[in-house]
Design a protein around this ligand. Structure first.
Ligand SMILES: [Zn+2]
Length: 371
């Protein structure tokens, strides 16, 4: 009498145990009867067929039919059974293949095996993870946000007023058909990950320490150092009494963690609408060690200066806090710093790649160097 899946009315541990035991012993008996390929196929279909196979039936009858309080236990039990059934069916195949080869000796064991290549992290993602992990060890958490943003979060709340010239420095890709909406509600592809700073401050009261990795878009034609899609990591720390000294110490630690304890850092004044004062962080070139030369050749990545710019940073402009003032960010009481970097560019420098486009063309010959 062939095994059929019984309806369970009792979901106690003992009843489940017995039902599982019956199923497994039926499986074992049927497996022992597999003699050839067609036996094995019929056996596999009876147990594994997606439509009405025994595994599907136990899923439908035992798991879906279980009362709410027994669901968890039934789920664990059904998963164990599924794994056990798949395992026995594999073994049955192996055993009957062994038997058939023993009699026909048709398999040529000198043929090469099947190679299954293992995937690897993309170099940009790998760099991103390295950067994020430095900050995670400092107690930062990771925040993410939408790639399609409103003008309000991408510009206005970051102190880019309408018609401000700083908007022109970020060639923005706008979503079509938005003209009828007020400007602050119009959608665009975010030009930086900074909108997530505002979104996070709206949700979380100070103190906060976050890093924000993600993709951003700008209307830049692709070339060796530009791409319409690229990756940024931003950071934001807000608390009472955060100073420029905290910013310098944190970022100095960050580049040393990433490039080694020997690199030196220095800050040059800069401008960003959402920080005041603003700076660019330079590190001694990690390729030539700051000499500007590689042997007798000039060092190209640092343009022979011995310094490489790695990120922009500054103290959060009080005007930005005004937008989230009601959530505890009174600019008279809190202060903070923010920084942002282009991950793709850092990956280029780190791995000595001379054309950004290699990262996005999907050529396996290039990418498998990181495998
Ligand atoms: Zn150099």
């Amino acid at each position: 009498m062939a095994y059929t899946v019984p309806k369970l009315t009792d979901y106690s541990a003992a009843a489940m145990e017995k039902a599982a035991g019956d199923l497994l012993s039926a499986l074992g008996e049927e497996a022992a009867k597999v003699k050839n390929d067609s036996d094995w196929k019929a056996f596999r279909d009876r147990w594994m067929a997606r439509k009405n196979g025994i595994l599907t039936q136990i899923n439908d009858q035992w798991l879906k039919g279980a009362p709410k309080e027994a669901k968890r236990e039934a789920g664990i039990r059904v998963n164990e059974l599924k794994a056990a059934v798949a395992d026995i069916i594999d073994k049955a195949e192996y055993i009957h293949l062994e038997l058939s080869t023993a009699t026909s000796s048709a398999v040529d064991i000198t043929l090469p095996g099947i190679r299954r290549p293992i995937g690897a992290e993309h170099p940009v993602i790998r760099t991103m993870h390295e950067i994020v992990s430095v900050f995670q060890k400092l107690g930062y958490s990771v925040a993410e946000g939408p790639v399609v943003e409103t003008d309000y979060y991408n510009f206005e709340a970051l102190n880019f007023p309408p018609d401000h010239p700083a908007r022109d420095t970020q060639d923005t890709l706008f979503i079509a058909g938005q003209q009828s909406k007020p400007q602050r509600e119009r959608l665009l592809l975010r030009t930086h990950t900074s909108p997530v700073q505002i979104r996070t401050m709206e949700k979380m009261r100070p103190p906060i320490r976050i890093v924000i990795p993600g993709t951003v878009h700008r209307n830049d034609p692709p070339d060796a150092s530009h791409s319409p899609m690229f990756h940024q990591i931003e950071g934001l720390a807000v608390d009472t009494n955060i100073t420029f000294g905290d910013l310098k110490g944190t970022l100095d630690h960050f580049v040393k963690a990433l490039y080694g304890a020997n690199v030196k850092t220095h800050f040059r004044p800069s401008f960003f609408p959402f920080t005041e004062p603003s700076a660019e962080l330079y590190v001694t070139c990690f390729i030539c060690g700051g000499s500007g030369r590689r042997g007798t050749d000039p060092c190209r990545p640092c343009k022979q200066t011995g310094w490489i710019e790695v990120l922009g940073c500054g103290m959060v402009d009080p005007n930005v806090f005004e937008f989230v003032k009601d959530n505890g960010y009174d600019p008279k009481k809190v202060s903070g710093f923010a920084f942002g970097m282009g991950v793709d560019r850092l990956a280029l420098l780190k791995y000595g790649v001379d054309d950004l486009q290699y990262f996005f063309q999907g050529d396996v010959r290039f990418l498998e160097q990181w495998a």
